[in-house]
Write a protein that binds this ligand. Structure first.
Ligand code: SF4
Ligand code: SF4
Length: 94
């Protein structure tokens, strides 16, 4: 799959990551008892603190801060997209 990294991470805004936050090591403290992030607006699948979300929720900021000397941005996006697809399977393709 071709990814235009100049456009930033191609998030589909499906909310699957935010619905499975209880499984994420760094941000699991944000999870409600059902594993869904307390900041997810479940009617829109959008983050209610998007501009101030943790860096672990921001693929581009995380890459810029921690990953530039470890992996290409393109490869990092591809790894994240794989995880997104796995998470979508867990949330019935939402
Ligand atoms: S699972 Fe991936 S595509 Fe869906 S909202 Fe999260 S980052 Fe975006
Ligand atoms: S803080 Fe926002 S982006 Fe991060 S898991 Fe919660 S709803 Fe999703």
């Amino acid at each position: 799959m071709e990814i235009d990294v100049k456009k930033g991470f191609p998030c589909k805004k499906c909310g699957a990551c935010c619905r499975n936050i209880g499984k994420a090591f760094f941000v699991k403290n944000l999870a409600l008892s059902d594993g869904i992030c307390m900041f997810l607006d479940q009617s829109t699948n959008l983050c209610m603190r998007y501009e101030n979300r943790p860096i672990f929720c921001n693929v581009d900021a995380f890459y810029d801060k921690y990953m530039t000397d470890k992996i290409s941005r393109d490869q990092f996006y591809k790894e994240n997209i794989k995880t997104c697809e796995e998470l979508r399977m867990l949330t019935n393709g939402r």
